[in-house]
Design a protein around this ligand. Structure first.
Ligand code: ADP
Length: 342
């Protein structure tokens, strides 16, 4: 009786231990019958949220394993939700005979998704840099052969513009990568009024050039948020820069801070070209631009709003947008005030 109790305690211990694994574990007997599933395997294949397709595929793999021995296979399940499972099967034997097969299942969907994002990103960056670099090459080549001083001057000035575009893309990429890697930015109290003033100051010259007036009204009473001053100014500056860039000459941009409900809302409103409803979901993606042509002439990199979104997320805040094509846009950066995050 003691031996039986001991072995059943062993079995229970083992079962609980297997249940704590992040991988799914399934064991099959020779007749193909599944004799064990740990908790993760039940979650992946059985039960309410399980995937019938995955279950069938894994059982087939287990059956194959009897013939082929160890095998690795990646299962792509088209869902929804789309999932990728890495399954490794192996025979279990005690040295004399085969006792069963075991399948270990890893849900690698998230890893796959991140790999895809990274691949797309590299492709996008290369594409974005290729255009101005190609132009630079061509312009320089023409310049070398040019004898007319006035034409040479024009070519040189275009080289300057293209080089400036490349350096802006690189600056934005560096900003974005710094902000992305800083998941927990330094948290020091910063006065919202100062953030607003600094962003407007940085934008002043460019706004004046376009004859766009920025009207700022600061939150009263003054409030502070906890976070990184540089990141926050950069987010506000990007919103103001877009508002000015996509305004018509002589337009007014309003920049308003309002406090309420433990939050401060920083709103930038313009009366410019606006954004078509179908693009509203996508403008926060890296390199996404509504109008490639216009964005190029305005010198946009398509990275500004990704920076804003990351800064908001880093500060437990959010960004909202409302826009009508041809009428203008309103962007809001909403951040918890200091007492709320403290
Ligand atoms: P960009 O460097 O091109 O401005 P962003 O990421 O800042 O990149 O913005 C992405 C796109 O969203 C812009 O190219 C533009 O099409 C659109 N957009 C952003 N802000 C505004 C705005 N205030 N008015 C109109 N369109 C805007």
């Amino acid at each position: 009786a003691e031996a039986v109790a001991e072995s059943s305690a062993d079995a229970i211990r083992l079962r609980h231990a297997l249940d704590t694994l992040p991988q799914g574990v399934i064991v099959c007997e020779e007749n193909g019958e599944v004799v064990f599933r740990n908790a993760r395997a039940i979650g992946l294949m059985g039960g309410r949220h399980g995937d019938a397709l995955a279950a069938t595929a894994v059982v087939e793999l287990l059956a194959d394993a009897w013939k082929t021995g160890a095998a690795d296979k990646t299962l792509d399940l088209y869902g929804p939700p789309r999932r990728t499972l890495a399954v490794r099967t192996q025979l279990i034997d005690d040295g004399r005979r085969t006792l069963g097969v075991i399948a270990v299942i890893d849900d690698i969907s998230e890893r796959r998704r991140l790999e895809e994002i990274r691949r797309d990103f590299v492709a996008n960056v290369s594409h974005e840099l290729k255009t101005p670099m190609g132009a630079l090459g061509l312009l320089a080549e023409t310049l070398v052969a040019e004898t007319d001083a006035a034409v040479a001057q024009r070519l040189a000035s275009r080289i300057h513009t293209e080089a400036f575009r490349v350096s802006r893309i690189i600056d934005d990429l560096l900003d974005l990568s710094r902000i992305e890697s800083e998941e927990a930015p330094p948290r020091e109290p910063v006065l919202v009024n100062l953030l607003m003033a600094e962003a407007v100051e940085r934008m002043r010259a460019a706004a004046e050039q376009r004859d766009v007036k920025i009207e700022m009204s600061e939150p009263t009473p003054p409030v502070a948020v906890l976070g990184d001053r540089r990141q926050l100014v950069s987010a506000l500056y990007n919103l103001l820069e877009n508002a000015v860039k996509f305004s018509y000459d002589g337009n007014l941009v309003t920049f308003t801070g309002t406090v309420g409900d433990g939050e401060v809302q920083l709103e930038v409103e313009d009366h410019g070209v606006g954004i078509p409803a179908r693009d509203l979901d996508r403008i926060f993606e890296r390199f996404y631009r509504v109008d490639q042509g216009r964005s190029r002439t305005t010198g946009g990199t398509g990275l500004g709003l990704s920076i804003v979104r990351h800064v908001a997320a880093n500060h437990q805040g959010r960004v909202e947008v409302e826009s009508r094509e041809g009428e203008g846009s309103t962007f809001r950066l909403i951040l918890p005030t200091q007492s709320e995050v403290a």
